[in-house]
Ligand binder design. Sequence first.
Ligand SMILES: [Zn+2]
Length: 286
Amino acid sequence: MEYAIVNGQRSAPLPRGRGCCQGCGGSVIAKCGELVRWHWAHVPHRACDPWSEPETQWHRDWKGRFPAEWREVAACDRETRETHIADVRVPDGPVIEFQHSGIRESERRSREQFYQHMYWVIDARACVHNLKLCEPLPAPGSDLIDDLYVAHCDRHYQELMELPKRAFTFYRSRHIKLGKYFAAIETTWWEDGELCDSTQQILEQTRPHWQGHRLMLWRRPRRQWLGSTCPVFLDIGSSLLLILPWSEPKDRGYYCVQEWTHDDFVYLAAVGEPPPEQTWVWPATP
Ligand SMILES: [Zn+2]
């Protein structure tokens, strides 16, 4: 851990330092080696907060984007005396937990109940091969979405139309006449010669009002995050975070995510609302 209590004050590690853990009150000593990053460790070694996980460079980089006073802040439930140390706690604002390893759904729920107002940032770099970002989508509140239906083309249709493997079709529900994707596509296509609201037309309508929403294929999704009551941001190792979905589309495995820059996320967490100048960069190759 980065902070302990020394003489009643929160303190960073210092050579030969001794102090108390903010979480359990146990004794800690400062480890100030040349090779290892300076930190505090329990003596004797013990697992203090069951929610803590070994800190990685990834944690440190994220926590480092917030002021020192906001990092590793103990929170205590007045009634149960249960205490946990939040990765980041914004004064009068949310807790931010940076989660590298997988956790059970029950633990996710416990943490959300304990902190109430919190954001998750999930290290999804290891499962990035299971994610594929696809076409931009209209913002959930937009009129464009009311009647929009997104489907992954089945193989037969792809071959028929010589479409790329990951082709999608966006169409209006009024075009669904037989209730099945293929039937709908086929019917519309052959009736009109072309789709009235083709993917391209819908993308053109979406673009002027686009707010970073995209279709994402997620193979083997980490389901424990999908039922979260708090915003979940996936860190996929790029310059953008993906906020997990506002809905699961009707076709399995596809989610609507929203792209956020790291800076915009930090602003949101610190200020409590998105930056006034938030902008989204329309993907070069959707
Ligand atoms: Zn402790």
